[in-house]
Write a protein that binds this ligand. Structure first.
Ligand code: C2E
Ligand code: CA
Ligand code: CA
Length: 780
């Protein structure tokens, strides 16, 4: 039995051996044919496809970017030409200027203030020239300076603009381009002109002194309100804005065209360009810039990573194949192991794939990875302790990007990433969501105080100055925190609530963190609803009403003006005070429309009561727009009212950003005749120092001081001091919120020039104003 057994074993063994050898040979070929070759081909194919796709995507990205940049350059150029002509209309279509020019001895100082300086400073013209009806240069301002002998100095400009002047004089004829309105001719196809139909102007790109420039020549005509033009040819306004200065700076900083320049010469090898077409249809120069090559950059950044990943993949495949081959040679039957190896191969492939999905700039996890990890954490049930998501948005990052360029921006983002990573524990995850937005996933902490500690540390870490490209840079961070237990296992909900908390942190002054609270959600919903309703109300108009509150003289006996205050009769919520919707309007870009509505109504009141001054509140947000002055001036003109009768109330915060745009706007508004009143004076920074830099006409002491009269000792002292200082600076001083006879007596005695408050009247509809004014004067 034992022997048989032995023999049996030996026999079996030897036959198994031959089978094994045959099997190995067979398996090797089968292996090569069925596995190794296809896998190798697949891997090679994969490599080629990935590289090809990457390269094609990069090329495509570059093409799209180049096209976009060309379009932006063209749009900016169109804008520059149309803006030049539009800016001329304020001066060229204006009877007073025409009258002045026809006087035997025009007052050139008056023309300086009302035409030359205005165009040079407010609209950044380089040169403005006035030509007599016989084309003689009688006035020229260049970079803010009037030239004593315009005749001589203007020659190069009149020579360069001669074809434009000839067309306006109807000495020659040619087809209009998109930017001009030629005499007796229809507008060109696809015209982009922004001037009013009464304007007549030839506007084009012209080479002046071998420099490309936007040039516009416009007829000076009456503004319609005052009769006809004098007989014979009109005087002309010739304006020049060189395209190689502020314009290209703007191209570089606003349209982000790197190294933008205008030239009459050639492009250098790597530059892209758009031709500047002159009035005769021939190019007068080129607009050149270094094209953005986002595709190239991504390609360069990706190639090493992709190559490494693919090399790793191929090495893995090769190693696996060898391993599997060896396995099969050893035991052709161990297909199970092959299956395992195959699975492993798949896993490696997936891993390689994931690698490519990290944020390439910082090496942090990206949004997709954050989502996966969050889902895993949320899915694994409620852990001990507090887990949370921190959503981080950098404050003032845009300014850094604008001043130091993308390179500086990238550099800064990388440093922020490092500072954030230094503050988390091994189980946490820092991710970059894109732009200047980061998210931090905090694994379980003992309690909320521990989460708060991390957020606080991150805020102060980012507040510390950074060194970027050799410059000291100060930014900040606003952080919204959402804890897992509030989100009930829903990732979208978690991110949404963190986002709301982050916006709250931003709204509350930046540089801080906020936990999400349920009532924030309510207020967000409410705001959104109000915004929607407000949009509709602006279209319908009937729900938005303007009320007027009288403003009295210092003794409280005569009405000298009214302040326009907005009221909203909401279809479901009833009467709403401005506090309920003005800040929503400011955040959603609707404030301009609201102000327009109020100002138009106020102009009607001003026309009806020519002796009253009418005050209108202007939101600080509106001062960010360069076109504010022009818009307000246009509304008042269209309504046939006088700017001298309108007072604009602005708050101190407007003056705090010591900003050129704000300065220019205030100057332009005051020059147009508006008076400026500083509203809510004393609630902001209470520093009178900026009043010397920005001229205003009036300060309105905030009603909180008047309220505290008789309650707080300092109120009376503060009011006395403000009145004295205000008077010393030549300003009118108003007190608002006067409710009692005692307050009135004190304020009159203190020397306030004007009083406003419920003691006299609250705001009433325009229709009730007549009766109210009668009653107030009678009482007096
Ligand atoms: P404000 O410019 O300081 O306007 C004065 C506010 O004080 C008005 O409230 C007015 O009704 C109220 N008031 C007047 N006299 C008295 C008084 O004796 N006692 C008390 N306690 N209050 C008095 P209102 O109309 O609710 O306006 C609040 C704020 O909303 C205004 O403050 C202004 O900043 C803003 N606002 C109102 N209308 C507009 C507008 O058309 N545009 C913009 N941007 N803001 C507006
Ligand atoms: Ca006001
Ligand atoms: Ca006020």
């Amino acid at each position: 039995m034992l022997r048989i057994f032995r023999h049996g074993i030996a026999g079996e063994f030897s036959s198994l051996r031959t089978y094994w050898y045959k099997g190995v040979a067979l398996a090797r070929w089968r292996f090569i044919g069925a596995v190794a070759l296809p896998v190798a081909l697949l891997a090679l194919g994969l490599t080629a496809t990935v590289f090809y796709a990457l390269h094609a995507a990069a090329r495509q990205a570059d093409l799209v970017s180049a096209k976009r940049q060309s379009q932006e350059a063209q749009l900016a150029l169109d804008d520059a030409l149309d803006e030049l002509a539009q800016s001329q209309t304020g001066v060229a279509i204006w009877s007073p200027l025409l009258r002045e020019l026809y006087k035997p001895r025009p007052n050139w100082d008056w023309i300086d203030i009302n035409a030359g300086t205005w165009l040079n400073y407010v609209f950044a013209h380089d040169v403005d020239i006035l030509l007599s009806p016989r084309d003689i240069p009688v006035y020229m301002m260049q970079e803010g300076v009037r030239l004593a002998s315009p005749h001589h100095a203007a020659a190069i400009y009149t020579r360069a603009a001669a074809p434009l002047i000839d067309v306006l004089r109807e000495r020659t004829q040619r087809a209009a381009n998109r930017h001009e309105r030629l005499p007796g001719q229809p507008l060109a196809n696809h015209a982009t002109v922004r001037t009013s139909p009464s304007a007549i102007h030839a506007t084009s790109t012209v080479a002046v002194n071998d420099r490309p420039a936007a040039v516009s020549v416009m007829r000076i005509i009456p503004d319609g309100s005052d009769g006809d033009a004098p007989p014979g040819p009109a005087p002309l306004l010739l304006s020049v804005r060189y395209l190689d200065r502020s314009f290209v700076q703007q191209l570089a900083s606003v349209q982000l065209l790197a190294g933008a320049r205008a030239t009459v010469g050639r492009l250098s090898g790597e530059e892209h360009g758009a031709a500047l077409i002159g009035e005769d249809g021939k190019p007068v120069g080129m607009l050149a810039w270094r094209p953005d090559r986002p595709g190239q950059a991504v390609w360069k950044a990706m190639v090493p990573t992709a190559a490494a990943v693919l090399a790793g993949l191929l090495a893995t495949v090769a190693a696996l194949l060898t391993g599997v081959g060896r396995l099969m040679r050893k035991d052709a039957a161990s297909l199970d192991q092959l299956r395992v190896a195959h699975l492993e191969l798949q896993a490696k492939e997936a891993q390689a794939h994931r690698l490519a999905y990290h944020d390439t700039l910082t090496g942090l996890a990206n949004r997709a990875r954050l989502a996966t990890v969050l889902d895993e954490m949320l899915g694994s049930g409620a852990p001990e302790g507090v887990s949370a998501v921190l959503l981080i948005d950098l404050d003032r990052f845009k300014q850094v990007n604008d001043t130091l360029g993308h390179l500086g921006g990238d550099h800064l983002i990388r440093q922020v990433a490092m500072r954030l990573e230094a503050l988390v524990l091994p189980g946490d995850l820092v991710a970059r969501l894109g732009g200047d937005e980061f998210a931090v996933l905090l694994g379980p902490r003992i309690d909320e105080t521990a989460v708060e500690a991390v957020a606080g540390a991150m805020v102060s870490a980012i507040q510390d100055p950074f060194v970027v490209l050799g410059a000291n840079v100060h930014i900040g961070a606003s952080i919204g925190i959402a804890c897992f237990r509030d989100a009930q296992g829903d990732r979208t909900e978690l991110m949404r609530t963190a986002d709301i908390a982050m916006y709250r942190a931003k709204a509350e002054g930046r540089n801080g963190y906020r936990f999400f609270l349920a009532d924030m959600d309510e207020s967000v919903k409410l705001r959104r609803e109000i915004e929607e309703d407000l949009r509709a109300a602006i279209v319908r108009e009937s729900e938005l009403l303007v009320y007027y509150q009288p403003q009295m003289d210092g003794s409280g006996t005569h009405v000298i003006g009214v302040e326009a205050l907005l009221r909203w009769q909401h279809p479901r919520r009833g009467w709403l005070a401005p506090a309920a919707f003005v800040n929503v309007a400011e955040e959603s870009g609707l404030i301009g429309a609201l102000t327009g509505r109020v100002l138009r109504d106020a102009c009607k009141v001003a026309v009806a009561w020519p002796d009253l001054s009418v005050a209108v509140n202007i939101s600080p947000v509106q001062f960010r727009s360069r076109t504010l002055a022009a818009e307000l001036i246009a509304i008042v003109r269209a309504a046939g009212a006088r700017a001298q009768q309108i007072e604009l109330e602005v708050t101190e915060s407007v003056l705090l950003d010591n900003d050129e745009v704000v300065r220019a706007t205030l100057i332009a508004l005051r020059r147009a005749g508006f008076r400026i009143a500083l509203d809510d004076f004393g609630t902001g920074y209470s520093s009178l120092s900026y009043l010397s830099k920005f001229k205003v006409d009036k300060i309105k002491i905030d009603r909180s001081f008047i309220h505290r009269l008789g309650e707080a000792e300092d109120a009376a002292a503060i009011i006395h001091a403000v009145v004295r200082l205000g008077h010393a600076m030549g300003l009118i001083v108003t007190a608002e919120g006067v409710e009692t006879g005692l307050q009135r007596a004190f304020l009159e005695q203190a020397g306030c020039n004007e009083l406003q408050g419920f003691l006299f009247s609250e705001a009433v509809p325009a229709a009730a104003l007549q009766r109210l004014l009668g009653r107030l004067e009678r009482v007096a």
